[in-house]
Write a protein of this length. Structure first.
Lengths: 108, 114
């Protein structure tokens, strides 16, 4: 069983759409949770942390369900510039464990 | 100024050769990492150093040897390169061995083994 699992997509959506990504993790002792974004042929960058109470950053909303070991990312009003791969990331101990990512393509 | 810089960005070499990738960070962080991203885009941790001390050493062939001369530098040396070593190698740094969860990545070094 993979430590962090995501639907690889691709998700192809029109501008303005709302899209949701899901992620599950296997280690119940995981301590912290994040979403990173990776553009094509670029390095990953932190998009946002994920808190138990849920958190929002502009058009992006992240949710965490520790009981189900499930993390989600909701993007509202998609922009062309949101096209990227979104990586679900979990911290266990001193290591960050990355999912394989979900690819989003937003078209006009 | 680039925060985390790696050299070289591209490396094409023959099987059996030995190569090194260098990484430097000017963020004042105390922890540095090497990640490997394979052709399926899976980003996997290889090593981590905190204040020059090895703290993470995943199941990586011993042909891979990291070296940290000081906390701002973490180099990766690979002996006897194999086809399966072809990947993008990312260096990263953070403050506090993962307290914040934010890793700052370099632009990656794309290694192709022929």
């Amino acid at each position: 069983r993979k430590e962090v699992e995501q639907d690889p997509g691709p998700f192809n959506v029109p501008e303005g759409a709302t899209v949701a990504f899901n992620c599950t993790y296997s280690n119940s002792a995981s301590q912290s949770f994040f979403w990173y974004r990776q553009d094509c042929r670029k390095e990953p960058k932190l998009l946002m942390s994920v808190y138990s109470s849920g958190n929002e950053d502009g058009r992006f909303t992240a949710q965490l369900n520790r009981a189900s070991q499930y993390i989600s990312l909701l993007i509202r009003d998609s922009k062309l510039s949101d096209s990227a791969t979104y990586l679900c990331v979990v911290r266990a101990g001193t290591a960050l464990i990355f999912g394989k990512g979900t690819t989003l393509s937003v078209s006009s | 100024d680039t925060a985390v810089s790696q050299t070289p960005k591209y490396l094409v070499t023959q099987m059996g050769n030995d190569k090194s990738i260098k990484c430097e960070q000017n963020l004042g962080h105390d922890t540095m990492y090497w990640y490997k991203q394979d052709s399926k885009k899976f980003l996997k941790i290889m090593f981590s150093y905190n204040n020059k001390e090895l703290i993470i050493n995943e199941t990586v062939p011993n042909r891979f040897s990291p070296k940290s001369p000081d906390k701002a530098h973490l180099n990766l040396h690979i002996n006897s390169l194999e086809l399966g070593d072809s990947a993008v190698y990312f260096c990263a740094s953070s403050q506090g061995a993962m307290r914040t969860g934010e890793l700052f990545f370099g632009e990656g070094s794309r290694l192709t083994v022929l």
